[in-house]
Design a binder for this molecule. Structure first.
Ligand code: ZN
Length: 135
């Protein structure tokens, strides 16, 4: 019953996308800020959080899907560098025991080298540049 209602409701609407998710996350940050501060600053954070939640919800429910998906695409494009960095960081963290990571000074590709090899020459797999590194 509820499922059916939701399915009908979201029919022809934008739905939850990455931008809505990001707005929602930022609103949580403001909500936490407001919870741990006092006075005017806290009130402002609370207000900003509320506005952001309404904005995220409005996106999800919006029927102008074309425009919303363009906004989402633009958001993804602008944050692609940041998201790559975050992904790299996660990869490095999960493999930190077995590998050491280097960034190629020429093309900035992330390179993975097994640990415990001492001082070695690292060859970039993308551009072939060689540089020294300690593992
Ligand atoms: Zn390179």
């Amino acid at each position: 019953m509820i499922r059916r209602f939701l399915a009908n409701f979201f029919q022809g609407r934008n739905g939850f996308d990455q931008l809505a998710g990001a707005i929602w996350l930022v609103s949580i940050v403001f909500l936490l800020l407001s919870a741990f501060t006092k006075g005017l600053f806290s009130a402002v954070c609370n207000f900003v959080s509320l506005i952001l939640i309404i904005w995220a919800f409005w996106r999800v429910c919006s029927k102008n899907i074309g425009k919303r998906s363009r906004e989402n695409a633009r958001f993804l494009e602008k944050t692609s560098g940041l998201r790559t960095k975050f992904r790299d960081f996660r990869t490095r963290f999960s493999m930190r025991k077995d590998y050491k990571f280097f960034t190629c000074p020429t093309c900035h590709t992330l390179l993975r080298v097994p640990r415990g090899k001492g001082k070695i020459q690292i060859t970039c797999s993308k551009c072939g540049n060689r540089f020294p590194g300690k593992t």
